[in-house]
Write a protein that binds this ligand. Structure first.
Ligand code: GLY
Ligand code: MN
Length: 467
């Protein structure tokens, strides 16, 4: 088995930057992930290494952890050598020492020795910095190493480490941008295959199969469960049992995670048949116009919150033209009335994780101490990214219009936003579904760059793809 790694210097340099940002401040403990059983012990979910562990240590192998001693400079990888049973059933691997040297680390210890390192440091009143655990097994291990309860593991989480890791990972290097480009290109091939395969009479899961086929053929997998649905109004549905019928649209939100674990995250909405209906085309153009406007605003120094709000305004203006909203669009957005149609945020950071670094906490990834998220407004509360953009950020832009009958009924009964929402007309759209269009961008010094090759998004281009 060949390990997929960047040059060892990449990892050494990344750890060096982390150490420099950190100063002398105790131990940094980074946990890799373990295999996770699905329905019985030896039948596991596909292994996914922790992204921060991958970033600093590269090794895509279960049950590893590492310590960086920021005072002494010592770096240790902890792991166990394979047993003969492991080798018989799952094959061989380089030794822990060999793997460590592939990522520029000299010292290795058995996994169980972590306990000793953590206890010793704590006894000496040194800080052991950890990131928030999101896997139950890692939480259990941390509780035991820190000699605390599962609930109190939260007290050991280091905001200093969270901030240092985010500050580094949020700025993508040329090496990472190249991987993201490749992942988006695979995602585009997946999407193209899905669009071309769509036709009346087949099931949504037959389109899902196309996405998997193209990902697998490119040594990639899906970075998140596919959203391929004729019920596009449900933002994150994973039900694939509906039949594609003439006159409906399909919303396809899919992304490849390539073999280096960088991902794409794309959405296209297209007709089941060869053409959008007049009603679909009208709202498609509204979403596309909001998207293009948002994209034109991408540049360092602009807050993504303001880009989100500008996109909301474009949506509200378009919805007014279509007769679904009324009144002053700016006032409607201020009040939050547009969230009848756009209930989520405009986009999020993208990297090794589809919602990059979401495990480290939205207040630190998507917001800052200058711009905290202090809203409970429906719609705005789901905006994952609000902060000022910087060159090197990679993010998604994904506006949409979602017609959710249950939301119409709820708000209409409450007489909510009757000055801004034309409920009579909206009720005739109850069975419309949803439209989302999503692409991935790098923020550059002067503006932005689309990641990957071009994936058709103009209405006519989409129809032409369908043939
Ligand atoms: N593609 C799924 C999401 O952005 O949440
Ligand atoms: Mn997305």
């Amino acid at each position: 088995m060949e390990l997929n790694l960047f040059d060892k210097q990449v990892y050494t340099d990344r750890r060096q930057v982390l150490k420099e940002n950190f100063g002398n401040n105790g131990l940094i403990l980074l946990l890799g992930n373990d295999d996770s059983s699905m329905n019985y012990k030896d039948n596991c979910y596909p292994f996914r290494q922790d992204s921060s562990f991958l970033y600093y240590f590269g090794l895509d192998v279960p049950l590893l952890a590492a310590i960086i001693d920021t005072d002494s400079g010592e770096v240790v990888i902890f792991g166990n050598e394979l047993t003969i049973d492991d080798i018989v059933w799952t094959g061989t691997l380089p030794t822990i020492n060999e793997m460590a040297s592939m990522v520029g680390v000299v010292s290795t210890r058995p996994y169980a020795d972590i306990t000793h390192y953590v206890h010793k440091a704590l006894t000496e009143d040194r800080i052991v910095h950890i990131l928030p655990p999101y896997r139950p097994e890692n939480k259990i291990k941390l509780a035991s190493w820190f000699n605390t309860s599962l609930e109190d593991v939260a007290d050991a989480i280091s905001i200093k480490l969270i901030k240092a890791v985010i500050a580094q990972r949020v700025i993508k290097t040329p090496l990472e941008i190249a991987e993201l480009d490749k992942a988006v290109d695979i995602s585009i091939d997946m999407m193209t295959a899905v669009i071309k395969h769509s036709r009346p009479g087949i099931k949504e899961y037959e389109l899902v199969a196309k996405a998997y086929e193209v990902a697998a053929a490119n040594n990639a997998r899906l970075g998140y469960p596919a959203i391929i649905t004729t019920q596009g109004q449900t933002l994150h549905t994973h039900y694939y049992g509906n039949t594609l019928t003439q006159g409906r649209m399909v919303l396809s939100d899919i992304g490849a995670e390539n073999h280096m674990h960088y991902g794409g995250d794309l959405t296209r909405t297209f007709p089941v048949g060869n053409k959008f209906t007049t009603q679909q085309a009208e709202l498609y153009e509204v979403v596309l116009n909001a998207m293009d406007h948002a994209i034109s605003m991408l540049k360092p120094g602009t807050r993504y919150l303001d880009i989100h709000l500008a996109a909301c305004l474009k949506l509200a203006e378009g919805l007014k033209q279509a007769g679904l909203m009324k009144g002053d669009p700016a006032e409607a957005v201020e009040a939050g009335a547009h969230a009848m149609f756009f209930q989520c945020g405009l986009g999020h950071m993208l990297g090794m994780d589809t919602h990059d670094m979401e495990d480290l906490g939205e207040p630190y990834v998507g917001y800052t101490s200058e711009l905290k998220k202090e809203t409970s407004q429906f719609g705005l509360k789901s905006l994952r990214l609000g902060r000022e953009l910087e060159a090197g950020f990679v993010l998604t832009v994904e506006p949409g219009i979602y017609i959710i009958p249950e939301l119409i009924d709820r708000w209409q009964a409450e007489k909510k936003f009757t000055d801004f929402i034309n409920y009579d007309k909206l009720n005739s759209y109850r069975d419309f579904g949803g439209i989302r269009i999503e692409d991935n961008f790098l923020v550059t010094e002067t503006g932005y760059q689309l990641l990957g090759k071009y994936l058709p998004k103009q209405l006519k281009e989409i129809e032409a793809l369908k043939g």
